[in-house]
Structures are given as structure tokens and as C-alpha cells.
Ligand binder design. Sequence first.
Ligand code: FAD
Ligand code: SIN
Length: 538
Amino acid sequence: MRREVDFLVIGSGIAGLSYALKVAKAGTVCVLTKSQAEETSTRYAQGGIAAVLYTPDSYEKHIQDTLIAGDLLNDEKIVRLTITESTERVKELIRWGAKFDKKKSGRYELGREGGHSENRVLHYKDQTGFEIERALLEQVKKHPNIEVLENHFTVDILTQHHLGIEVNRRTPGIECYGAYVLNPVTKNIDVFLARTTLICTGGAGNVYLVTTNPPVSTGDGISMVYRAKGAVENMEFIQFHPTALFHPSETPAFLITEALRGAGAILKTKDGKEFMHKYDDRKSLAPRDIVARAIDNEMKIRGEEHVCLDCHHIRKNELISGFPAIYAKCLSIGIDMTKEMIPVVPAAHYICGGIKVDEWGRTSIKNLYASGECASTGMHGANRLASNSLLEALVFSHRASLDAIRQKRKTRFCSDIPDWNAEGTVLNEEMVLITQTIHELQSIMSNYVGIVRSNLRLKRAFDRLEIIYRETEDLYKKSILFVRICEMRNMITVAYLIIKLAQRRKESRGLHYNIDYPKDIKEMLNHNHLHHGFDQNG
Ligand code: FAD
Ligand code: SIN
């Protein structure tokens, strides 16, 4: 089957839906999503969305907090434009119907998270993402120009390569013509031709064993763009959220929002001792990279599987009304957080790098835009400040929509794109080859490319990955395509990029911590602990 659409949108999270609502005034829009429309990372966001609304907060304070958290690797121009546009974008989200908690005075109740010097996080209890996704989907579903196709997995974007023209990373003028998409009914690969395409496929947390990300986050968009010879950057900066609920049998790991620490919860070891003062003056509310490393270190020194979050000193009413989902989740596994400590561990949470874009969300490939977690805008630098990602997605989807509408008049459909060629492929009946490879990949990444890295661990990861890369490419070429095999291939590409860029970075910076490049005396002290911990736990 062949389709033509003015604006193709690959992803139905905050980035995709907010963009779709804007470009829909200029033409036909098709939103593709590989699962149900609401199944996105957006839906699970808890803490909220950072924006400057009231004094004493100011754009300048938010900008400085973002730069400090990012270890000054951010693009300051991008940070400034994103934050100065925050108020307008959040007001628009509210006009679309998203609700945020208010005080009795009618002012928004702003929460605080690690690395923020002011309370500036708009939230809807501990279910902010659920509320945002609900409001956006409601708007999208009633828009006559927008069609949402669920369970439509995008395999690859279309470029000159599909016209038989060789392209490489130095080829100027690579163009995107749309995408090859797996049809859930016919199981064939359909051709979606588009004037412009937005990739907004979210993160890649599933390359690790323990992640807060839903199963859809397998780095597909980043991998597609890399295969199409587009620019990808900063992949070494993987953010581990310090506090996911320790409940080993559960995937994804349930998040315990940083806003709980913002409300006063304190990190402690299992025996009830505080430890964050040893690592940072901001204690439990230091930026995430510091807190996650501190927890990792404590767990390794003590040989324990988790640390704890103590909130029993916070008023019971405040806990239950402010964090109802977390309260209910903890109770469901027998923990009353108003009386008992919550066991927590770090979990892969967010990828700061991704598809390189400019200030209009334009990738290095013509007519192809990227926004949301799969994009690398320069906003986050080496470590994202909490609650800045929903904001970044809104700002860049808005900017990309303006450019895509301008671009629409200048582009045509490329009807020469051939149908997908499935000749010579067979149905793979050995699912074990896939499940086992994915597990191997996740083990390699978690053991060697996690919170703390070393040159030796990175080399070992690279060598192991090479073997499964070759096996997977071989399997992929011979197989009739289905979702899991494509996701596996994409995850291997993303893992390759994380390792390669981690090897290339000869320093410890932000989220990329390599014990062969300690940063200062305090970190060298920790470095000794880390070696000790590693030996202890094998
Ligand atoms: P997503 O919302 O993840 O949407 C991705 C979409 O792409 C999905 O529709 C998926 O089906 C689709 N897709 C992927 N691959 C394909 C493919 N091959 N073909 C077709 N469709 C595809 N950030 C904050 O700022 N504040 C928070 O409080 C916060 N809390 C978080 C809590 C959790 C538990 C998690 C996991 C993340 C949190 N984040 C938070 C991060 C933030 O939620 C995400 O970065 C953001 O929602 C990403 O939005 P997105 O639109 O880029 O992608
Ligand atoms: C959280 O609620 O702790 C997550 C916030 C974020 O990832 O920005």
C-alpha cells in the first residue's frame, strides 16, 4: 500500500502530538505510533514540566540551573531560547486542556526537583504526563486533518538510498521522502510518502536491564537516522534516575519522583543513615548525575541491592494527596510510605543525546525534523535538569512546526520510491534468538556502560557487542520483518553509538563518568571506593 501525506509524524508523545496540532492547519497529518497512541514515556512523567511563571524565579535563574546541571556542555543559545519560550508554550498546553495543581489562591503550585534553585515545576499530582497525554490526544482525535495510526511500526526513513543512489555521511543534500512502515494487518511494509517528516520516537532506556522507560523506548528513531547517514551526537550521556522502586521482578521499573525529595524525602542507607552529605552540599537534591553515582557507590561499598527513601517525617495528608500513585504503588507491594522507607535503585531513564538538530528542529537530512527525547538540541549538555525534557519537546515541536509549514510549499512527493523488497526472506520461528540477544545486549550495557565506566569496561562492551551485531545483521537480512527483530537491531545500533561516543570522550563530564579520568580530589576519593565496590561484587 502507498500513502501520501503532507506531514508525517512518527511518535505520539508530547513531541509528536503538540507538533501535529500545529501543522494540521497547513495540511494533512498522519501520526504513526508503534503501540497504542497513549503508550509513551510522556504518559508516565511524574514530576512535571519546568517553566518560569512567577517571581522570585526568573529566566536567568532557570538558565543558570540548566547550564550547571549540564556541566556547561549545553549550547547556551539553545538553553536561552528554550527557557525564554517556556512560559508561552506552557500556557498553550493549558489552553489545550492540560490541568496542573493550583493553590487556594489560584496560583499554580510549583514543585522543586534536584538542581533547581527555585520551585518551578508545574505538575498534576504525581501523574503529570498522564494528564498532558490525555489532553493532547483529546485535541488530536477531534482534529479533522489528523489521522492517528496505532500499531504502525516505522522500519526506516526513505532517502536517495532507496532510489539506488549511494549516500554516505559526507554526502551533501540527503533528503527524506517519508518512511517504510510495517502494516499490522497485512504484515507487509507500506510506503508513506511525505513532504516533511518529524521523528519523535522518544528514548532508548530499554538498552539497559533496569529502566523507567516503557517498552516502546528502543531508540528506533535515532537508529533510523544513523542508518540514513544523518548526524547523531552526545549519545554517551545516559541519565540514570536515582530513585526507581526496588522491585526486581517488575519491568519497567516504577519511578519514585524526584519531587518527593523536593517535598523533603531523604536518601538513607538500609540501616537508616543519611549519606548524601558526603557527596554534595545539596544532599538529596543535588543534580541527578551526582545522586545516582552516590547511590551506586554506597550500594557497592556496602554490598547492598538498594538504598532507601525516607519520607515518614512528611505530613501523611501531604504525602497521600500529593503523591497518590506512588502511595498506592508502594502499598500494593506491602510498603506504607507514611511509616516505612521506600527501597530505591537507580534506573536508566533518559538519553540526553540523539539526532542532532538546529534551533528549528531540523536534522542534517533535508525535510526531516526531530523533537523530544530522540533529538539532541544542545539544551541538556552532559546532564538534563529534571523536568526540562517535556519543556524542550514543546518548544522544539513548536519551532519545527513553523519551519515545516514554510517548507511544505517547496517540497514534492517522491513517487519513484520502490516498494519494499522482501525477496528471499523467511519467517523466523526461533524467538529465542531474539529474546536471548536482547538480554545479552542489556547485560553488556548495564555491567560495562552504566553509571560508572572505565576504558577497559567500554572496550569489553564494544568487543561483545560486535559479535551480536554481526549475528543480528545476518538474521535481519534473512527474516521476514516483524517488530521485535527491528527493535533489537535498533537497540544494538543505539548501544554501539553510546559505547563509541563514550570511548571517544577522554574526560568525566556530567553523566559520563569514567574512572580512568577522575575529575577532582573528591571524585578520586570516590574512585577508590568504586574500585573496591567493583571488586567486591564481581
Ligand atoms: P515519547 O513520549 O516516549 O513517545 C514516543 C512515541 O514514539 C511513542 O508513541 C512510540 O510508540 C513511538 N515510536 C517509537 N518508535 C517507533 C517506531 N519505530 N514506529 C512508530 N512509532 C514509534 N520528563 C520531564 O520533563 N518531567 C517529568 O516529570 C518526567 N518524568 C518521567 C517519568 C518517567 C517514568 C519517564 C520514563 C520519563 C520521564 N520524563 C520526564 C522524560 C519525558 O517523559 C520524556 O523524555 C518525554 O515524554 C519524551 O516525549 P517524546 O514525545 O519525545 O517521546
Ligand atoms: C521525576 O519525576 O523524578 C522525573 C522528572 C524528570 O525525569 O524530568
